[in-house]
Write a protein that binds this ligand. Sequence first.
Ligand SMILES: [Zn+2]
Length: 115
Amino acid sequence: MHELSLIQSLLTIIEAQAEKEKFTRVNQVALSCGRLSAVEPSALAFAFKTLAQFGICADAELKLTILPMKIHCFTCNREFIDEDADPTSCPHCRGDQVVVTEGWQELQLLELDVD
Ligand SMILES: [Zn+2]
């Protein structure tokens, strides 16, 4: 499972940071990833629960923000946000020359709430 290795490296980063900044408890871990990234939120939550239970993040809450997809339209040169993973036309001009420009962002650590 892809999510296990993502969480494993995330925990390594957090633990190194804890050592450096002398915090002993993590309350919340805020992450983000693009809508089209291969991250499955429920698998991620499961991986976190499994791997974090004996470490500094044992009581931490995991918060995942899914970043929206952005689409660019070549006909009217506008950007728009779409929920459809396979957009076929532009909501502004109905043009079909559209391309996905954002949404593949890898998992990223946004914020740590620590004590
Ligand atoms: Zn357009």
